[in-house]
Design a binder for this molecule. Structure first.
Ligand SMILES: CSCC[C@H](NC=O)C(=O)O
Ligand SMILES: [Zn+2]
Ligand SMILES: [Zn+2]
Length: 405
């Protein structure tokens, strides 16, 4: 590891300094940065705005046969909010801090989730171009907004456009998880997010009296039922994930009480109460049945229920090696001794929108042996991991774009 900063790292840090944190995300500034990257590398580029103020940037490395199905590399440009007071380094300064063993840590919001991946795509493609080698298929890097809030005005809208159809995508590499140990993982499916708000109304009155039929009284059985479900599932997960790897959390439905709202003053019984749960339903559970249970819970307790997110069909990319892209994904990584472990994504990503159009998509991140700090304070990535990841993508992108019919 040299003390002189590699140019690729300097460009990565520039990307990290752009504050793409909604609601006032600097999306246009980010689009400009990406277009400049395209010009420098010598790529085709296009910026579209299917939703005003939410640009999608497409950078294309044309192949020798653009009639063939292409390879898409997807990266969301938005990041999640920070609690700045808990950060050791300012989250948008992208400081490069030396470590004891001669490496560096790049501290920034988005350094893992997921600008590191976008930067690795850009640097891998830059290397491919400068090597002079020609790939067969088009490679499209897609940089998209709003993933962290569901991608509704990002990739979900984009996949409905003619611009997306024209990309003629055969395979999408999308957001993945860093490996906490020596293993790498890939995501072929996701849990379904069911975020739900229960509201109860009841009698109000003086806090010194035994008021009957209060909003909170009605809410308690709902909370108890969901917390019981939580306890059962938590135990089940512990039982079948004996190695503590957290690889299998996507296979179990999770329940979290995330908001508890109501009440105005200690001596006034609240007339209305709301409770919000973030529930992630495993593909192994019947979603319709689970939703019916949630609805019934409301009905039984005289509560209103509202689902925050729109209904979505489940999407899964079967791990079918008869698909040439999928087979190449494995053979290419195997050349470097990487045997990625298939997991169900515990969260939701933009890959589900791409899959909904029948395009196979795997979430992958070529970083292992790394602390996982997505959405946490002091998010950082090791410079050595970033540089190694570029080389992994160099081969992977080349091999995928050279898949024969
Ligand atoms: C309501 S959209 C939320 C999207 C988010 N995706 C990654 O963290 C998630 O919580 O899974
Ligand atoms: Zn992400
Ligand atoms: Zn995230």
């Amino acid at each position: 590891m040299t003390a002189t900063e590699p140019e690729s790292v300097a460009r990565f840090r520039e990307f990290l300094k752009i504050r793409t944190e909604p609601p006032n995300a600097a999306y246009h500034e980010c689009a400009e940065f990406l277009v400049n990257q395209a010009k420098e590398i010598g790529l085709e580029y296009k910026v579209i705005e299917p939703v005003k103020g939410k640009p999608i940037v497409i950078l294309t490395l044309p192949g020798t046969d653009s009639s063939l199905k292409s390879v898409m590399l997807n990266c969301h440009i938005d990041v999640v909010p920070v609690f700045e007071e808990f950060w050791t380094y300012p989250p948008y300064a992208a400081e490069r801090v030396p470590t004891e063993n001669g490496d560096f840590k790049i501290y920034a919001r988005g350094s893992q989730d997921m600008k590191v991946t976008g930067s690795m795509y850009l640097e891998a493609v830059r290397k491919i171009v400068s090597s002079g080698k020609k790939l067969t298929r088009d490679v499209h890097m897609v940089f998209s907004p709003d993933e962290e809030i569901g991608g509704y005005e990002g990739v979900k809208t984009f996949v409905e456009t003619q611009d997306f159809r024209e990309l003629n995508v055969g395979f999408d590499l999308d957001e993945g998880l860093l490996g906490a140990d020596e293993r790498y993982t890939f995501l072929y499916a996701e849990r379904t997010a069911a975020q739900v708000i229960y509201t109860t109304h009841g009698n109000t009155g003086h806090g010194s009296q035994f008021i009957e039929g209060t909003a909170i009284e009605k809410m308690i059985p709902i909370v108890n039922a969901l917390m019981e479900k939580r306890a059962i599932n938590k135990k089940a997960l512990k039982e079948f994930e004996s190695d503590g790897s957290n690889f299998r959390s996507g296979e179990i439905t999770s329940v979290n009480l995330t908001m508890f709202n109501g009440g105005k003053q200690a001596n006034v019984v609240p007339a209305t109460y709301t409770v919000t749960f973030d529930i992630r339903v495993s593909p192994d559970d019947d979603f319709a049945q689970f939703k019916a249970w949630l609805l019934d819970l409301a009905k039984q307790n005289d509560a209103e229920i509202r689902f925050i997110l729109p209904d979505e069909d489940r999407t899964i990319t079967p791990i079918d090696r008869n698909n040439k892209f999928i087979d190449t994904f494995f053979t290419s990584l195997q050349k470097r001794g990487i045997e990625p472990v298939p997991i169900i994504c515990p969260g939701i990503t933009d890959a589900r929108h791409v899959r909904s159009k029948g395009v196979p998509a795997f979430g992958f991140c070529p970083i292992n042996n790394h602390a996982m700090l997505a959405h946490q304070h002091d998010e950082f990535v090791h410079e050595s991991s970033f540089l190694k990841g570029i080389d992994i993508y160099y081969d992977l992108v080349s091999d995928l774009a050279n898949v024969q019919e």
